[in-house]
Design a protein around this ligand. Sequence first.
Ligand code: S6P
Ligand code: ZN
Length: 189
Amino acid sequence: MKHLKILKSQVELNLKNYSLKGEPVIRQIRKLEDLNGIFHDHKAFSKMSSKDIIYEVQAWLPVSEGTSGGLYFGTTNLLPGRVGNEYFMTKGHYHKLSDRSEFYWGVQGVGMLILMDSDRNTWAEKVYPGSLHYIPAHVAHRVANTGNSTLIFGACWPSDSGHNYEEIAQNGFSARLLERNGEPRLKSS
Ligand code: S6P
Ligand code: ZN
């Protein structure tokens, strides 16, 4: 019975490094080998250490996956680096229920949120501490780290959205974020 009780939430967010503490918190690590096929320079990719960690996600999923009306909270730590001239980035996905939207926000470091609509128009928003991003329904999303330090961003999404990674794994985004003369540029692929 919670009536009249003053409680402490079961999960805490460390506001400095955005790590989550408590139960239940899930952790998911993505190594370079998990990102096989997403970078365009296969030769550069094959010369790199496949066991290197590229990003780690921590999330609090308070209700079971697929529950309508619930929310999930996650944080992603994306390391700096490049495969050839392409920045380290997350796999990227549409939502399985594609009409579900999401918020991202920048916490530490700099990067780009790369977005692609269902007509395959691709654009990007700068990510930096305090940047806030509304990812509309039917828009694929991924984040690239364009800086020299770990990029940390937060995310909040509906518990019934699910992830559709297959579409991006098969067809990619219609543009790539590449480094040119020290600057990130979106280039049609
Ligand atoms: C979940 C949310 C994030 C990403 C994370 C990794 O909907 O968008 O927590 O899962 O940033 O990206 P990805 O594309 O590998 O799931
Ligand atoms: Zn998402």
